[in-house]
Design a protein around this ligand. Sequence first.
Ligand code: CDP
Ligand code: MG
Length: 849
Amino acid sequence: KLYQTKHLPEELTDGDSGAKISSVSGANRKRKWKEDEEEEQKEVKKEQHKTEQNGQNEKISDQEKVENKTPSQPAVFIPVDRSPEIQEARLKLPVLAEEQVIMEAVRENPCVVICGETGSGKTTQVPQFLYEAGYASEIIGITEPRRVAAVSMSHRVAKEMNLVVSYQIRYEGNVTSDTKIKFMTDGVLLKEIQKDFLLQRYSVIIIDEAHERSVYTDILIGLLSRIVPLRNKKGMPMKLLVMSATLRVEDFTDNTKLFRTPPPVIKVDARQFPVTIHFNKRTPMEDYTGEVFHKICKIHRMLPPGEDEDEETSETMRKFKKAKQKKTVSLPRIDLDNYSALPVDEGDEDREAGIGDEEDEGSDLDIGDDPASIEEKADPSIPLYVLPLYSLLAPEQQAKVFRPSPHGTRACVVATNVAETSLTIPGIKYVVDCGRVKKRFYDRVTGVSSFRVTWTSQASANQRAGRAGRTEPGHCYRLYSSAVFGDFSLFSEAEITRRPVEDLVLQMKDLNIDKVVNFPFPTSPSAEALVAAEQLLVSLGALKEPPRTGRVKEMEQARLSCPITPLGRAMASFPVAPRYAKMLALGRQQDCLPYVIAVVAAMTVREIFEDLDRPACSEDESSKLIQRRARLTQMRRLWAGQGASLLLGDLMVMLGAVGACEFAGCTPKFCEENGLRYKAMVEIRRLRGQLTNAVNAVCPEVGVFVNPKMTPPTEHQVVCLRQIVLAGLGDHLARRVQAEDILDPKWKNGYKTPLLDDPVYIHPTSALFKTLPDFIVYQEIMETTKMYMRGVSAIEAEWIPELLPQYCHFGSPLESPSPWLCSSTGTIKCHRSSTFFRVGWQLPAVEME
Ligand code: CDP
Ligand code: MG
């Protein structure tokens, strides 16, 4: 395997080796678009270049040779057959004016940054420039942080070029051996790097939407900053283009860890019509969704339509609809039952993608109802044609925003921040911006997650406003005051700084990047997060334990550069978070693998159940909802089973749901009747297939065949499953506070975890809400009204010291009169015991110590 060559790790972690090569092109780089900066930097860099080049003469001549005889300066022009309308539309795009400058920069530099407003044509046109200039000797790959963009952009470019353009997202794609241009999510490319570090099938990689700073995009840029020079060194030149919507590219360009010589930045001027910004005098804090609704109705009533116009908010549609129901808005008349002018929409309520996948979880709407059923008839003569737009919406539904609205209607798009930069909707004249963004927050120390609606950044707000001026002058209504805007942070922070990083650390270790701290991240995750990730991976057995003796400084160093173990390699090959990967690695025992795969798939795809807390829209609905809730609760009880199986808790409910659904043929009807999200169930099915293949690849002799139709696990297997779950979720252990220990009433029915001072609770919808087992493991803690554990399973106390000795303090029972109490360090103490059902830790394919 290429990535396992010995010298690679140094080149990856050490900023020097790659940069020396790129300095070659840096030396002859004198492009006009950089002239000003160049002059300033020249003096500073002169000395540096001299010394570098003296030591690098040999490499330079190699490099020059390579460049002369390879297609890195293709002279061929590949004709493209475009329709006259497409050609005309293209010519209007600002990026067309920069084609020569861009292509010249690409020819002369290994890495180029292109900056331009959304809608200037970067995504659709730059791949075409490269194709026409003959760079498609191998594949031209474009990464997008979102699946929506990858799919829709490939279709768009295919249409423009009259050519097959492929896409690849996590579960689907249409790549063939003839593929020349390929759109994919950043997660997909990262997986490909694991298979072929040099990405030999690509001649160009374009990292799109770099300003979004998605974790995978950041890592890709870090990796590619090393891969590109390596490729050039090996005589297989490759180009890297980084495209960004905002001008804040300093993280990439002025980051000497990343690129010793800053890559040239080409600015594409936006062809933007003026957008008048209207601030609110006051800032609604509570019912801002009602306010959005109010504003849209007002615009619809009072303002003239554009050619084809949209209003856009980053908003939750459930509230949108609720606000309307509550009649907080004074409107002529709302007829909710009149759907005639409306498209049929599945009304998916996806919230986020699976762990280890590429979707921005904060970007999705929390939609409770079929959004397309919102119809506004404020002006009886022009119905409002309301379309939802969010990243997990089915592609056909998304495509609707690009089509003209039905004759005689006025379009209104209710969108999340996916419309901020990734997709440009034509003809928007009015933008209503509530100024909020829903983000997932994660506490690094305690591991508690919560979704919070917070103010967006100034850069994002300006992006949103900009959407109104694409085809004619527009207006942006900001539902907050200018003073509030002034308090917004300038830019949104990189995602990598606000999420756990253990999955990334494991992937990087699998790429033999042992010193993750030294990796050239555009923005580095905090040292704290990296330490936490290494610790978790060590405790899962994925990384070698660092030595416990030696000099303090050396031990500190060792703690941050633990090498990967064979188990870790197996885990890294499963496309799920490390805790779940551990479960998969153990799953073959007692023929549990099909069940483990199903449970892991269900835990990875979030929100597989309909939300029972959904508020009712009307009184009539309210009584129906009560009935429905009762039925669904009963259904879940059925899936949870009784006795032994009940102890597997919420995971048993998931397993039951998956099993039942498969037996019923996984139809939308079954899902609807039983409160399952159809889209989630389909995704689980795909993921089960994918995980089965991954497991079979790691241990071929096990030869799992997952029949979609599983029979329920035996009692024996349920016990084994609970232990496997404990082995994976060992750091998510909680102990019920015993009655005699309760001093403060808040601890009633509360659980203690090693890291939190406050109690956590089992959610009322959990299968174990009434059982309240003494020891449990949980999937995650979500803070809503209280700190609730989700995905709870009961475990037996005596399993803990055997399966998780790393988390236990062993003492004789005499030392501590109440051995179940938490010690002051927060460690959960328990007895060693002799009776337990042992889960083996070995994997067949790999030798473990
Ligand atoms: O990437 P960037 O934001 O710079 O622009 P783009 O996505 O390449 O879009 C260029 C133009 O193509 C915009 O004016 C879009 O409205 C248009 N477009 C379209 O009409 N249909 C699509 N499916 C995608 C883009
Ligand atoms: Mg774009």
